[in-house]
Design a protein around this ligand. Structure first.
Ligand SMILES: [Mn+2]
Length: 356
């Protein structure tokens, strides 16, 4: 954590600040290790403070060595103002993407002698590169999701509802050692599988349905993300054809992932194959996204993004084809960017349309 704080302090000058105020829960956790739900960091050149309330002070002193724990009631901004005076802060960076307008106004009112500078993506930029510990957490989150998938296929059959499948998945994920699930579990069957984000509904699974399962585990704060589409009963030729196009697109995008490559090139690798097969209009989202303490973080793997991939980034690769009134297919893996290549972390089978 001290190392991370040092790297942030190294970015003070380029951002024109002499201290940083951190409130986004994932950024706060990343920099301090504080797992409570309420608190803020003030990082100055020489001192690091965690301002929190009575409920969390003893937890914070255990979790955050290197931080001075300041107990303050309410939103803690009076305490913040006092610390800014004590440490002679004149330009305070704050998280423009996280603070609400009301919070910003409240800060401005209290911090009368401090220039408040909203900045964007600074801590998020540090979080792009996962260290060895973070990678181990992501790998464990992936392992849990893979194990849950291996077990969930046994209960997918006609007569079971999407919600029942989702609940079972979520139960398995917790039982397998995760903190919890990473996002609302998607179980989208039949024509609902054409909804890229079809969160599980009361719909009953029928023979002949495609079922898209998109879910993930959280382990020590870190996410995994996986999608598999399966057929209930023997897949039809058309279901298999479209599955194989999506698979080819996904494999091609995975093969494009390596340090030094632009994210837009990874997106293009998937999109070209789907276009070439005539389904370009039915793949309306980006090819993937970074993940870590957030389920969606940088880098974005999309046609409009030109971030250069670097070793230590963790991303998803998840093209899909969605045909309204028919159904949809998406295949998603969690992938680690390495020098000269990539490592696909998810291992659930995908090499053909699985019939259940
Ligand atoms: Mn995803």
């Amino acid at each position: 954590m001290q190392e991370r704080v040092k790297r942030l302090q190294g970015l003070f000058d380029v951002n024109g600040v002499d201290a940083f105020y951190v409130t986004a829960p994932e950024n706060r956790y990343y920099l301090s290790g504080f797992s409570g739900t309420s608190g803020a960091l003030l990082l100055c050149r020489n001192n690091s403070y965690l301002i929190t309330d009575f409920r969390y002070t003893s937890q914070a002193s255990q979790e955050c060595p290197g931080f001075e724990i300041i107990e303050a009631p309410g939103n803690g901004i009076e305490a913040l103002a006092g610390l800014c005076r004590k440490d002679h802060v004149s330009q305070l960076g704050c998280e423009g993407d996280n603070l609400t307008y009301a919070q910003f106004q409240a800060l401005r009112q209290v911090l009368t002698s401090v220039e408040l500078k909203p900045v964007s993506g600074v801590v998020e930029g540090l979080r792009l590169h996962k260290d060895a510990y973070e990678l181990r957490c992501i790998e464990e989150a992936v392992r849990i999701a893979d194990r849950a998938f291996a077990r969930i296929t046994a209960i997918i059959r006609p007569g079971v509802s999407e919600v029942e499948i989702a609940l079972e998945l979520e139960f398995l994920i917790r039982r397998l050692g995760a903190d919890g699930i990473g996002f609302a579990t998607i179980v989208a069957s039949g024509t609902r599988s054409a909804l890229p984000h079809g969160v599980a509904s009361a719909k009953i699974i029928e023979a002949g349905d495609l079922v898209t399962l998109d879910f993930g585990a959280v382990y020590r704060g870190y996410h995994s993300d996986i999608t598999r589409t399966v057929a209930v009963g023997q897949g039809t030729p058309r279901q298999e054809d479209i599955y194989n196009i999506v698979l080819e697109a996904q494999m091609s995008a995975i093969a494009a992932v390596k340090a030094g490559v632009r994210t837009s090139e990874v997106d293009r690798a998937a999109r070209d194959i789907i276009k070439k097969n005539g389904y370009g209009d039915y793949f309306g989202h980006g090819t993937g996204h970074g993940l870590g303490l957030n389920i969606h973080e940088g880098p974005r793997l999309s046609a409009k993004d030109d971030t250069v991939l670097q070793a230590g980034m963790a991303v998803t690769v998840e093209p899909g084809i969605y045909l309204p009134g028919w159904g949809g297919i998406r295949i998603e893996d969690t992938v680690l960017v390495e020098n000269g290549g990539r490592r696909v972390l998810t291992r659930s089978p995908k090499d053909r349309l699985l019939s259940l």
